[in-house]
Design a protein. Structure first.
Length: 311
């Protein structure tokens, strides 16, 4: 739904809303479209109509200059109120909505400091857990079931797993705890993340008891299809032919516009350099367009990887 719904609603009473916040006491009804929350947290018509679909719409909201300016302005006005709690300013229920809103937009753009400042001042730095749960991603990681010879591969897998857990995302992976598959899954669990294990029955491996979500399939092809069905984003760590097959299917589906999801090769210590050159050769030989090649991302760091996933 277009962001104009927020602009139209705010145009009617944003000035009044801002003054009420500055006065330290909300008296009229504008919370849904002035401090928007994630869709699905409320059941009323306004909560649904003005609900934000997810992180992507929240980021789009912050890219709209007027909406961004107004949200920062009214959040700053709230932050500057002295001697009153959030409940005293907004009422108990709406104070919870503001916490949810600040959590959502802090997740959407952590570099805008005012959202975290509001959470720190009024909510003891606590993010709204229902919002975190609602805007989390399912990230499929394709990788080897061995560690490989370079210790950097295991290190990268553990760091990726830790990032998934720390950011309240869910790992989707091929089951078991061997090799880099174990590195990424156990690290995600150690950092309080969730894991979904998708494993063929003939490859059934012992699972960590902390994994609560298991999906059994018959074949490797079914495992790949189920992981693609479940995930919102895809990462290929160093691995063998199976890893290449899995991420290649994702690339083909995105290229054919049958899938809309971010993906990348995590090119740890140049592991995928030969493949990167091969994709360039495909373009040179007319088997791949420059546009499609530009969509195949090879990243060298966790920082680059997270930018792709969050895009």
């Amino acid at each position: 739904m277009a962001l104009e719904r927020f602009i139209e609603a705010q145009n009617k009473d944003f000035t009044r809303a801002l003054q009420e916040v500055k006065n330290g006491h909300k008296t009229t009804h504008w919370i849904w479209y002035t401090f928007p929350q994630l869709k699905g947290l409320g059941r009323s018509y306004n909560a649904q109509y003005y609900g934000i679909e997810g992180l992507r719409e929240a980021r789009a909201y912050l890219k709209e200059p007027l909406l961004k300016q107004r949200l920062i302005e009214i959040a700053t006005a709230f932050y500057n109120v002295e001697g009153r709690s959030a409940a005293e300013v907004f009422g108990i229920l709406d104070a919870k909505k503001v916490q949810s809103c600040m959590t959502l937009f802090h997740k959407a753009d952590p570099e805008i400091q005012i959202f975290k400042q509001v959470l720190d001042k009024y909510y003891n730095g606590e993010l709204d857990w229902k919002t975190l749960e609602g805007c989390s991603l399912k990230i499929a990681v394709f990788c080897g079931s061995t560690h490989g010879k370079d210790p950097a591969f295991a290190k990268a897998a553990k760091e990726l797993g830790a990032w998934i857990g720390d950011h309240h995302h869910t790992l989707v992976y091929g089951g078991g705890h061997a090799g880099n598959m174990g590195d990424v899954s156990l690290s995600a669990l150690d950092h309080h993340g969730q894991c979904i294990s998708v494993s063929p029955l003939f490859l059934k491996r012992e699972e960590d008891p902390r994994i609560k979500h298991h999906i059994d399939v018959e074949t490797l092809s079914e495992r790949k299809d189920k992981m693609i069905e479940l995930a919102d984003a895809f990462v290929a760590l160093p691995g063998g032919p199976g890893t290449l097959e899995e991420i290649s299917d994702v690339i083909s589906l995105v290229r054919l516009r049958r899938l809309n999801a971010p993906y990348c090769f995590y090119n740890v210590n140049g592991f995928y350099d030969p493949l990167m050159r091969f994709y360039d050769e495909m373009v040179e030989q007319g088997y791949f367009t420059s546009l499609h090649r530009s969509e195949v991302h090879f990243v060298d760091s966790l920082e680059e990887l997270t930018k792709i996933i969050d895009s």
